[in-house]
Write a protein that binds this ligand. Sequence first.
Ligand SMILES: NC(=O)c1ccc[n+]([C@@H]2O[C@H](COP(=O)([O-])OP(=O)(O)OC[C@H]3O[C@@H](n4cnc5c(N)ncnc54)[C@H](O)[C@@H]3O)[C@@H](O)[C@H]2O)c1
Length: 387
Amino acid sequence: MGLDDFKENQEKKVVDASKKVRIAFIGCGWIAGSHIKALLKQPDVEIVAGADLIPGKAKAFFEKYGVENVKTDYASHKELLADKSLKLDAVTICTYNRQHAQPAIDALNAGLNVLLEKPFTVTTEEAVEVMRAEKKSGKILSIGFQPRMDANMKMIKKICQSGELGQIYYIQTGGGRRRGIPTPFGTTFIEDETAGLGALGDIGCYSLDMVLNAIGYPKPLTVSGYKSAFFGTDPNYSNYVKIGHPEYAAKFGVDDFAAAFIRLEGGIILDFRIAWAMNLDTPGDTIIMGTKGSLRIPSTECWNGTVGGPMVLYHEVCGEQTQTEIPIITMKENLFDLKIRTFLDAIKENGTAPVPSSQILYNQAIIDGIAKSAAVGREIEIEIPEI
Ligand SMILES: NC(=O)c1ccc[n+]([C@@H]2O[C@H](COP(=O)([O-])OP(=O)(O)OC[C@H]3O[C@@H](n4cnc5c(N)ncnc54)[C@H](O)[C@@H]3O)[C@@H](O)[C@H]2O)c1
C-alpha cells in the first residue's frame, strides 16, 4: 500500500450543476467568511438568504463577498426560516456556540439540511435536543469538523483500524498555543453568554475528534476534569496589551486551559489537555498506545488538520524494536472546500452526514463532562440521555 492510497479526497468529483442546492446563512460573522468562499467555488449552489442578530451585518457580509440577490431583512433566524418563498434546501449555521442548538433545532424542524459549526453545542443536553429534531426531520445534520477531510487524519484512522497497534489501551491527546486566546473581531469567543466554552470547546473538540474518530468513537464513561482561566482574566495578558484591549480580561468568562482523565468503553484511558495560552511550547504530543504498536503524532493545534511533523509508529519486526516514520501528506484541496462539498454531496445523493452527530455526541459529552466535573471538583459519570 502506498501513500497515494490515502489521497482519495484529492480527486475532484464531477458535480451535476443543473441540480442546485438553495442555501441560507444563519450567522454572518468571521467563520461565515470561510463558508461563503467555499460555497462560491461550487457550481451547484444558490446562496439565497442570510440572517444575523446584528442589524445590517448580513447585508454587509454578502456585499463584501459580491453576492447579489440575497434576502437579508430578517431580525432573527426564526424569521428567515419562516420565509417559505426562499424554498431552501439547507442552512449553514455559523453562530457562536451558545446559539448553535436553537437555530439547529429550528432549521431541522423546518425540514432543512443543516451544516452546524463546531463545537456541536455547549452542553450534552443541547446536543441531545438537536439530535431529537434531526431524528424527527430525517434531514442531514453534519458538524463542521473540517480536519476530518485531511489525508493525515484519515491515515491516523487507517493505522488504528488496521490492527497494526493491536489492542489500544491508552491515549494522550490535546495541544494548544503559547499565546492564542481568540479575539479576532471582539469578544464572542471569550464571553460566557456567547461562547459558553473556551479552549475546551474551541480547539479541544478537534483533538478529541482526531483520536476518537480514529478508534471508532467508543462511548465515554467517566471523567475527572479541570479548567482554569489564569491568562484570559489577566488585564496584563500580553496579547490584550498588544491589541490595546486590557478590558477584555473583565469579560473573559470561559476556560483558557482544560485537562481531563477519561475512561472510555473498551477499557481505554484518554488523557487530555488543551490550552489557548500557557507558558510552554506544547502540552505534549498525541500518543496512541497499543499492545502491538504505538503511534506518536507530533503536537498540533488540530483546527486545520495539520500535524506538527511526521508521525512515528513504534513496533516490533521479527522480535526487534523498530520505528517507522509516516510522512506528512500535503493536501492539494482546501479542507473547508471539502467540508462544504461533502455536505452538498450528501444532500444531493441522499447520503449520510459526513460528520455525523451520533459520533460528535460523545465528543460533546466529554467536553460537557469536563466542565461539570471541574465544577464539582471530582470524577463524575458521563450521562447521555436517550435520543
Ligand atoms: N471550523 C472552524 O475552523 C472554525 C473557526 C472559527 C470559528 N468556528 C466556529 O464558528 C462559530 C462562529 O464563530 P465566529 O468566529 O464566526 O463568531 P462571530 O461572533 O464572528 O460570528 C457569529 C455571528 O452569529 C450571529 N448570531 C448569533 N446568534 C444568531 C442567531 N440566532 N441568528 C442569527 N445570527 C446569530 C452573531 O451576531 C455574529 O455575527 C463558533 O461556534 C466557532 O467555534 C469554527
